[in-house]
Design a protein around this ligand. Structure first.
Ligand code: ADP
Ligand code: MG
Length: 246
């Protein structure tokens, strides 16, 4: 099967620091890929480049019929890319002065240009899907970390994106809230949403991912099915990382 999402030769530098050093990826429709690796290795930067939160210096991103070249991407292409990707942040990144419902509506009215009443109906549907049907009027400060991250995920779900990007979605949470957030992501994964998830939850990655990608030093070192990467890693760097986190 051909790639739904394709990344070719992605390079990102911060000054003289080359953080992504030629990333190639191909995701088939509905494929769920978990990215693991030591910190400072470029995992967040890769996800951020795919949503153009960070601007890649070289390479190409293809999502369906949309092709974005780092060298010559214009405003309309970047907006189109954002329409097709939903991003879930480690620290939720909710608007503190907006309610849960308004946070979910925001991307629909701005990125998608939906009229308010349509966005509102969609937000209410999402609120009930994420188990917060009665919390639409709550502000982030009145919600638990788990509830806030569920709103963060709901905001990305609302966009009905071709690709969902999760950047360590549970690592800012108190342990008591991790389970409910993983449950929600598991439900999204069960729906065969194409996704890239950076996570430290190795057991969870093993359970939901079709493929594990191990990154180190801005490169993909090794990738394969979970059983292979966790059970029989081929590269010394993968083995040493898994020994440290396992
Ligand atoms: P990871 O998510 O794997 O921990 P990151 O992608 O966050 O790694 O960071 C990779 C490298 O890029 C790190 O050395 C980090 O300091 C650097 N980096 C990330 N964002 C920026 C930035 N905005 N400006 C300068 N350097 C950055
Ligand atoms: Mg990171």
């Amino acid at each position: 099967m051909s790639c739904e999402i394709e990344v070719d030769g992605l390079i990102k530098r911060f000054g003289t620091n080359t953080v992504l050093n030629g990333i190639d990826l191909c995701l088939k429709p509905g494929e769920r890929v978990a990215i693991i690796g030591p910190s400072g290795t470029g995992k967040s930067t890769l996800l951020r480049c795919l949503n153009w939160l960070d601007r890649p210096d070289e390479g190409r991103i293809v999502i369906g019929d949309l092709q974005v070249d780092a060298a010559k991407a214009g405003k309309s292409q970047i907006l189109a890319l954002r329409r097709r990707t939903g991003f879930v942040f480690q620290n939720y990144a909710l608007f503190a002065n907006k309610t849960a419902r308004e946070n979910i509506m925001e991307g629909l009215t701005t990125v998608r240009g939906w009229p308010k009443d349509k966005a509102l109906a969609r937000a209410d549907k999402i609120l009930s899907q994420i188990g917060l049907g009665d919390r639409g009027d709550s502000y982030p400060s009145g919600m638990s970390g788990g509830q806030q991250q569920r709103v963060g995920i709901g905001r990305a779900m609302a966009l009905d994106a071709d690709l969902m990007l999760f950047d360590e979605p549970t690592s800012a949470l108190d342990p008591e809230w991790v389970g409910e957030v993983l449950d929600l992501i598991r439900a999204i994964a069960d729906g065969r949403q194409t996704m890239l998830i950076v996570t430290h939850e190795m057991q969870f990655a093993r359970e939901i991912a079709d493929r594990i990608v191990f990154m180190e030093g801005g490169r993909i070192v090794e990738q394969g099915p979970p059983d292979q990467i966790f059970g029989n890693p081929q590269d010394d760097r993968t083995r040493s990382f898994l020994r440290r986190v396992g």
